[in-house]
Design a protein around this ligand. Structure first.
Ligand SMILES: O=C(O)CCC(=O)C(=O)O
Ligand SMILES: [Fe+2]
Length: 309
């Protein structure tokens, strides 16, 4: 654990944007999550919402159980809102947290030289999530399941052995008031220390509920057990922007999506196209517009396909 400059109560903490970064790292290592007040200005979250409202209003229903039917989603936020990208994805605190938890360093012999390589994180998904009245809670999950992360049970975080523990870091920014009643993200504090081999499922009664004002943020490590909450209101919509970043190194050395034009990819058979990268890594890595990327090559097959994986 890093040195703490301040004593904190045992509950998940609310901090402000001028809080020392080392303390934010400490709290994330202790609890797996931290709330940050006034992370983004009201003006900027309103602008980001305005940029995606039409898409949210027209969002197709989710096909599956990961999101309830009453949750409207706007994927690819970077393509939809420059304000979102500038003020959330590139927020200096989120960038510093990702840099701290997701930079991978290794040493290798390079002939007779010892060479250090430093791989930096990058964005993995950005989605607006508007939970509507009547939505049931999401199943509790760890976001790092998409990275097939395998974790040992810990009693507390230790920097050296835990330095590769996290695969990703999430940022949820409130674009409306977020309450327990309207589906605030619920999570189990300190569950990021759990091992992958636990035999019993997480218990929703152990969750705390995010209570946020517009512009506030929840930062969480991807191993934290969490999910969108139930919206038990009649007419209150909960909107949050969800940004995730991941370690930079397990990707194609030669970027096939940019190196091989789609017209060339289309000349190959489906097996080859998949192997080039036009497939979903189970459960959900690689989607385009919430669908298998193969449909970017065959849009005519999209007719009865609904988003979901
Ligand atoms: O909507 C939320 O509060 C959580 C969303 C979430 O957990 C996810 O998309 O993985
Ligand atoms: Fe999640």
């Amino acid at each position: 654990m890093p040195v703490t400059v301040k004593e904190y109560g045992p509950e998940v903490q609310y901090v402000t944007t001028d809080h020392p970064l080392d303390d934010i790292f400490y709290l994330l290592k202790r609890d797996g999550a931290v709330f940050v007040r006034n992370f983004v200005s009201i003006e900027d979250v309103d602008q980001a919402y305005a940029d995606v409202k039409d898409r949210l209003d027209e969002a197709p229903e989710w096909n599956g159980t990961f999101y309830p039917k009453a949750t409207a989603r706007a994927p690819a936020m970077i393509a939809r809102s420059e304000t979102f990208t500038r003020t959330q994805l590139m927020h200096p605190i989120y960038q510093a947290v990702c840099d701290h938890f997701l930079t991978t360093r290794s040493w290798n012999w390079w002939g007779t030289e010892r060479k250090e390589s430093v791989s930096k994180p990058y964005v993995t998904s950005c989605t607006a999530l508007r939970i509507g009245p009547g939505a049931e809670a999401q199943p509790l999950h760890r976001d790092d399941y998409i990275n097939h992360n395998y974790l040992e049970e810990l009693s507390e975080w230790h920097d050296e052995p835990s330095k590769r523990r996290e695969t990703a870091v999430g940022l949820m920014v409130a674009a409306t008031k977020v309450t327990r009643q309207n589906g605030g993200t619920q999570f189990i504090p300190r569950s990021h220390l759990w091992g992958s081999d636990r035999k019993t499922p997480p218990n929703v009664d152990d969750c705390v509920h995010s209570e946020l004002e517009k512009g506030d943020a929840l930062i969480m490590l991807s191993s934290l057990v969490h999910g969108g909450g139930t919206n038990s209101t009649k007419d209150d919509y909960r909107l949050m922007f969800a940004t995730f970043s991941v370690r930079g190194h397990l990707r194609q050395e030669e970027n096939q999506y940019l190196s091989v034009p789609p017209e060339m990819v289309k000349k190959y058979d489906r097996e080859t196209q998949k192997y080039i990268g036009y497939f979903i890594s189970d459960p959900s890595c690689g989607y385009v517009n919430e669908l298998d990327p193969i449909y970017t090559l065959y849009p005519e097959e999209l007719k009865d396909v609904r988003p979901g994986f």
